[in-house]
Design a protein around this ligand. Sequence first.
Ligand code: ADE
Length: 269
Amino acid sequence: MRIDVVTIFPEYLAPLDVSLVGKARAKGLLDVRLHQLRDQAHDVHRTVDDTPYGGGPGMVMKPEPWAAALDAVAPPDAGPPPRLIVPTPSGRPFTQQLAVELAAEPWLVFAPARYEGIDRRVIDEAGTRMRVDEVSIGDYVLAGGEVAVLVIVEAVARLLPGVLGNAESARDDSFAPGAMANLLEGPVYTKPAVWRDREVPSVLLSGNHGAIARWRRDQALRRTAQNRPDLLERLTPEDVDKHDRATLAALGWTERDGRFSSDGPPVAH
Ligand code: ADE
């Protein structure tokens, strides 16, 4: 996969040299290219922002440098275009499902903004020749989109074939499609079996794979009830088996008309 990032802070993306993403690049699985937006601003100050039309606080990123940068990275009429990702708190939520979708793309271009954002015409014009997604990584406001690029690239890179050591690691992720979809992962343990008088749950030492799978599922239900009740509200009757129902009932969650809701006592911690 090829990834281009246009930014006024290429140094902000230094973490892309490290760890999983760095190794994916070293292995040739990921081709990341950083571009300085200011190289496309030709006045003495290499200006990339200006005051907003209509007034208001802050500055807006000028259209000309952005258009020149995007044209340089992906020349119009030069083969299949990339998919353009514009990080913004006003975008669609970034989810594991979107990460899976993006991991199937051959080429992504990221346009992280600073200030109050990019002149709208840049995004509208880009949309006439490539798919554009405005994406938010959460309901909070960062100082710029670069950290969002790091988040999205890491989530996408670990899904690329050959990047994760253990092929099964991504399969059981919280939010990954499948049987555990929409449940958070439960706790994990490693050696020693007793640490500061705390024992690893005995079922995990039992060698009984059925019992272990059941215990993990109960823990996932418990943790989801505690931390993300909104996810349990999205469960459908097909997502749960008889045991799940009993566990959910013990947590105060029951089904009515195909939907689960909490009517019981608060979950004990
Ligand atoms: N830029 C600033 N805040 C952001 C957010 N929450 N998501 C994506 N890009 C952003």
